[in-house]
Write a protein that binds this ligand. Structure first.
Ligand code: DON
Length: 309
């Protein structure tokens, strides 16, 4: 196996000059301000080694990558009862599809599309004020990333709150089907704010370690989730983590991963590594163009695809 740091440096150098970067998300106005030339990458391995390159220490908006962490918390709260309210199938539709929710009578296809993540936010919120629920999400991230500095970017949260009409529509529609139990505004508040969490690649790769290492926090050995739950979250990331681009991503990269419209991707190499990449230019499905290419290259050069070489 080639040395990880060498491979990561090569990839960052190869992408620094790349011109085909897709488009930065503009439907959340604050995200449109991000420099499309940014590129960061970090991988953390089982022995605790951290290899990073490029803009790996510049914070970005994790957006839908946060849905992995809220899913973990919701499963911790209500376990398999979550699956009465959210499915586990790839959507084959855009992440903010409204029509699919109508066919499926308010039961979203999976926890990563926006409607599914709203149901998950409703579970995390249950019994708490929104501020307390957000505090719980942040505390979880501080614990899994070993980093108490992770925060919500309030400007991004306000920007999405002011323009998130589709999510407002999805939440009201879910409530009409009886699949949200808290007030719609509160669920949306939690959702917009957890999407607006800012992290850098090093923090995100550290946060993903429990998924790579059978549910354990590798530095303390503390159990975050059971090995079975880590395996199942990874399965959902593989099948649903890139929305209607999930099949192609599995074909090209072969790793459980979750993307966000901020251009970040968290990818898990079970038993071996947790990886974060960030490049804000997106493809038509809202997934980072260079982030996907960089992971494809990293998986190939390290022999890391879960499907073998
Ligand atoms: O709800 C939204 O549209 C955003 N807060 C998150 C969408 C997202 O990141 C989709 N991922 N690629």
């Amino acid at each position: 196996m080639r040395e990880l740091k060498t491979v990561i440096d090569e990839i960052a150098a190869e992408y620094r000059a790349c011109e085909e970067r897709g488009q930065v998300a503009t439907y959340i106005p604050e995200l449109a301000k991000v420099d499309i030339g940014s590129f960061g990458i970090c991988a953390v391995t089982a022995d605790g080694a951290v290899a990073s390159a490029g803009d790996a220490e510049i914070p970005f908006s994790i957006q839908s990558v946060s849905k992995v962490f809220t899913l973990t918390l919701a499963l911790g709260k209500i376990g398999d009862a979550l699956w009465r309210r959210v499915g586990r199938e790839p959507s084959g539709n855009s992440f903010n599809s409204i029509v699919q929710l109508e066919y499926e009578k308010g039961i979203p296809r999976n926890p990563f599309i926006n409607a599914g993540a709203l149901a998950v936010a409703d579970v995390v919120l249950a019994g708490h004020a929104p501020k307390v629920a957000l505090g719980e999400i942040l505390r979880f991230l501080h614990f899994v990333a070993d980093d108490d500095s992770i925060q919500i970017d309030e400007a991004v949260a306000r920007s999405e709150q002011a323009t998130g009409y589709r999510n407002v529509a999805l939440a009201n529609y879910m409530r009409a089907f009886g699949n949200l139990s808290n007030p719609v505004e509160m669920v949306l508040g939690v959702y917009f704010h957890h999407c607006a969490i800012a992290m850098n690649c090093v923090q995100l790769a550290m946060a993903g370690r429990y998924l790579a290492f059978s549910g354990r926090h590798p530095t303390t050995g503390a159990r975050v989730v059971s090995p079975e739950r880590a395996r199942r979250i990874n399965a959902l990331m593989l099948t649903c983590g890139h929305y209607d681009g999930s099949g192609d991503f599995a074909y090209r990269v072969g790793l459980p991963s979750k993307s966000g419209v901020g251009g970040g991707i968290l990818a898990i190499v079970p038993g071996k590594a947790s990886i974060a990449v960030w490049s804000p230019g997106l493809d038509g499905q809202g997934n980072s163009v260079l982030g996907s290419l960089a992971l494809e290259m990293l998986a190939k050069r390290m022999g890391w695809s879960i499907f073998g070489a």
